[in-house]
Design a protein around this ligand. Structure first.
Ligand code: PLP
Length: 368
């Protein structure tokens, strides 16, 4: 039995008719760039996140970059972010012209260490980029109040957490602005690259709308330099169909995570993912920790199980960020996580017998 890390075909079957119908409509109208399909999705996604504005862009990296630019973060500025995140969070900072300042994980969990953030705030700090890693809403309320006291802004990297909620607030609704990715494997995934900026601020929204469209609001008027980074209308059709099902799909992910928790708890040598078990977690990734990770991972792969590593290297160990001047041991918790984590298959529609098989292979590998 082969078990992929993510099986998108199950979702596709559910929305296929709707997507085809939407594509047909677009072929007839020819409104491929921006237009009503994009505007409809933007309205619905803003409402889903509980914010006033959603601006669809080409991908999640652009969403974060344009969000930072709209906040006025650029050269001379520093942005604090976790060492343990996908490279794109840090790339967005350098692409906006600012300098990433990395912080280790908290002692418990995969979130950013609060004390580490406080230590690194300096005269040049303009923003905290808080990442909802693996689908778990970060402690954003705490970071928001800390930022308000320190005169910096919060940008939420909500790429992995569409639909996560806490105390009536949703992923994409924290900070001054949030960026999200609709990369196909995300909880809300397109059929290619796509992303969005969400915000309550009219001013930030206007700025991002211009930036994604060559710096223009009125055709052929370009008061500033912008980009071509728009959400494709075809992707908007897919995302609209999926958005209707997202909460149900996230519940399925939560149930699958619960079943893994139950089956893995008695296993010695496997540490369960830390963190919330309620609505604040939408289980984009279910990452356990084991010693001797590479051997265990190889055993899973040999058995046809598509386990992964998120991420094999924290930002400071990547060649692209060597210029920050960090060395081994600078972020010991992030490094340990990178060396021990294994992501197990999880997706809406994963069957209990598939999970049982994953657990059986994992159990055999850790007891060997
Ligand atoms: C945490 C995080 N931030 C940013 C991104 C960037 O998104 P994209 O791949 O759509 O550019 C991703 C996903 O790839 C991500 O997981």
């Amino acid at each position: 039995m082969k078990i992929p890390l993510v099986d998108l075909s199950i979702q596709h079957r559910e929305i296929e008719a709707e997507v085809r119908e939407g594509f047909d409509r677009l072929m007839e109208t020819g409104e491929f760039v921006l237009g009503p399909a994009v505007a409809d999705f933007e309205r619905q996604y803003a409402a889903y996140c509980g914010v006033d504005h959603c601006i669809g862009v080409a991908n999640g990296t652009d969403a974060l970059e344009l969000g930072l630019r709209a906040l006025g973060v650029g050269p001379e500025a520093e942005v604090i972010l976790p060492a343990n995140t996908f490279v794109a969070s840090a790339l967005a900072v350098v692409r906006a012209g600012a300098r990433p300042v990395l912080v280790d994980c908290a002692e418990s969990g995969t979130g950013m260490d609060f004390a580490g953030v406080a230590e690194r705030v300096g005269a040049r700090t303009r923003a905290l980029m808080v990442v909802d890693l693996f689908g778990e809403l970060a402690e954003l309320e705490e970071f928001e109040s800390f930022a308000a006291d320190s005169d910096v802004v919060v940008i939420e990297d909500a790429a992995q957490a569409q639909g996560a909620r806490r105390k009536g607030r949703s992923a994409g609704g924290f900070g001054e602005v949030a960026g999200t990715s609709f990369y196909p494997g995300k909880n809300l995934g397109a059929y290619g690259d796509a992303g969005a900026v969400t915000t309550r601020s009219d001013e930030i929204a206007d700025r991002v709308r211009r930036l994604r469209n060559y710096g223009s609001e009125v055709k052929y008027e370009h008061p500033e330099q912008g980009f071509n980074s728009r959400l494709d209308a075809l992707q908007a059709v897919v995302l609209t169909a999926k958005l209707r099902r997202l909460s149900a799909w996230n519940s399925e992910r939560r149930m699958a995570a619960g079943l893994y928790d139950e089956m893995l708890a008695p296993l010695e040598g496997v540490a369960l993912p830390p963190g919330h078990r309620g609505e604040a977690h939408v289980w984009h990734i279910y990452a356990v920790r084991v010693a001797d990770r590479d051997r265990v991972l190889a055993a899973l792969h040999a058995a046809g199980i598509g386990a992964g590593i998120h991420y094999p290297n924290p930002i400071h160990r990547l060649g692209a960020f060597r210029f920050l001047g960090h060395g081994p041991g600078d972020f010991p918790r992030a490094e340990k996580a990178a060396d021990e984590m294994i992501s197990l298959p999880i997706f809406p529609g994963i069957r209990p017998e598939q999970q049982e098989r994953v657990v059986a292979v994992l159990a055999a590998a850790v007891t060997n």
